[in-house]
Ligand binder design. Sequence first.
Ligand SMILES: Cc1cc2nc3c(=O)[nH]c(=O)nc-3n(C[C@H](O)[C@H](O)[C@H](O)COP(=O)(O)O)c2cc1C
Length: 205
Amino acid sequence: MDFYEVVNNRRTVRDFSQKQVPEDSLSRILQAAFKAPTNDHLRQWEIVVLQERESIENALEQVREKAGLQQNALASRPLDDFQRRMYADAVPKQYRMLSQSGCLLLPFYRQNGDLLHPVALQSLNGFASIWCCIEHILLAAAAEGLGCAIRIPVGEEWKFVARQVGAPEGYVMPCYIAVGYPAEDAIRPAQEPLELVRKIHKEKW
Ligand SMILES: Cc1cc2nc3c(=O)[nH]c(=O)nc-3n(C[C@H](O)[C@H](O)[C@H](O)COP(=O)(O)O)c2cc1C
């Protein structure tokens, strides 16, 4: 696929088919992940790949329990129409989307210093870099004809997952990524069209 076709086709998918992710596709996606830019060329990243039902369900234990509670919390947020459609799709599927595809990627990065109390912008470099890695995964998956769903772990949920998969101390999991073939009737809430001229400022804002 042409690069811009990939960029334009990449959409969050929260409804997956039963079809397994081929190993060669997964391998190319993981190679792409490690091509992402990173601060000081550190690549202090590790990716746990879960494909066995038992490992996936163990990792998702807290998501299963929290899914219902989150629905109430999100109901009170002020939303525009595009956000409302996105939340209506996303909120009830937080557990199912991660469990369903049968291929769950758990990216970890090494956190140097206190993530929640950074002393300067560069203290966040590790966190910023892993998101470059995550975007490579999303784009590579799109190039393979696959879709991804992301979930940000709520509160200390990520620590539970880290323990379940045996991640060493000092590593943080910023999100879960489910990878799979979109179901035939997969919903893709529309992206709100943007007028670039209102966002791009030439020479001066
Ligand atoms: C930092 C970040 C956090 C996100 N958190 C979640 C999440 O917790 N659950 C979810 O279903 N989707 C999550 N998403 C996906 C967004 O909802 C999605 O990207 C957005 O609605 C735009 O849709 P699109 O990806 O199809 O363009 C997240 C995306 C990003 C980049």
